[in-house]
Write a protein that binds this ligand. Structure first.
Ligand SMILES: [Cu+2]
Length: 211
């Protein structure tokens, strides 16, 4: 969020589309909708620097619901991770016991700083929990040559996909000064890998029917 975004938002006074544009200038995750239970490639995107100053470091907190995340190699940024202890340990899909998980990823010391007006994506591949409807928040802090820009805010009240006023609550959340990047999990209807599609019913569910 820059001062400019904030001014736009204040000027918009309820014009939600104008505000939506301002909101697009925040850190965000692509895709914002992801299939529950999948190993999914996603990107955390930094959309601008800090009041004109270029970005030099990005720190992302991996949500507690994610136990496994692969980090794509990046030749421009040094990557550092911080771990958290899993207590009790969990057993992964291959029966291996996991006692720790990546808690935070830090991209730093870029080969050149990310200019204020450019977008860059930081790719990861988390295993998403199999909970359709769940919203995951990835709290993110950008550091710049001068200053920093934080997207660590969470909704003031819990948001559930089943809330009648879901859209309204979500609008309130993304209108905060530094809303956390998020993804919303949906039911993909089919297992991720085609070799798991062992019934006609599953295969039928991925093609459109004429009825
Ligand atoms: Cu912003």
């Amino acid at each position: 969020m820059t001062k400019r975004c904030k001014a736009q938002w204040l000027l918009a006074l309820g014009l939600t589309f104008a505000c939506g544009e301002a909101v697009l200038a925040h850190d965000y995750i692509a895709p914002a909708l992801a299939p529950a239970g999948y190993n999914q490639d996603i990107e955390i995107r930094v959309a601008h620097g800090c009041e004109g100053s270029p970005t030099t470091e990005v720190r992302v907190k991996i949500p507690d619901e994610i136990y496994d995340v692969k980090i794509f190699h990046n030749r421009d940024w040094e990557i550092e991770t911080k771990m958290r202890i899993l207590d009790p340990p969990i057993t992964d899909e291959f029966g291996r016991k996991k006692t720790e998980a990546i808690d935070e990823i830090i991209w730093k010391n870029p080969s050149s700083p990310l200019p204020d007006m450019r977008v860059e994506g930081f790719r990861i591949r988390p295993t998403l929990p199999n909970e359709p409807g769940r919203i995951l928040f990835f709290r993110t802090i950008n550091k710049c040559a001068e200053g920093d820009d934080s997207y660590i805010e969470l909704p003031e009240e819990d948001i559930s996909i089943n809330d009648e006023d879901f859209a309204e609550k979500f609008m309130k959340f993304i209108s905060m000064s530094g809303p956390s990047p998020y993804i919303i999990l949906y039911d993909a209807g089919v297992p991720q890998y085609p070799w798991q599609w062992d019934t006609q019913e599953i295969r039928d569910s991925i093609i459109r029917k004429d009825d």
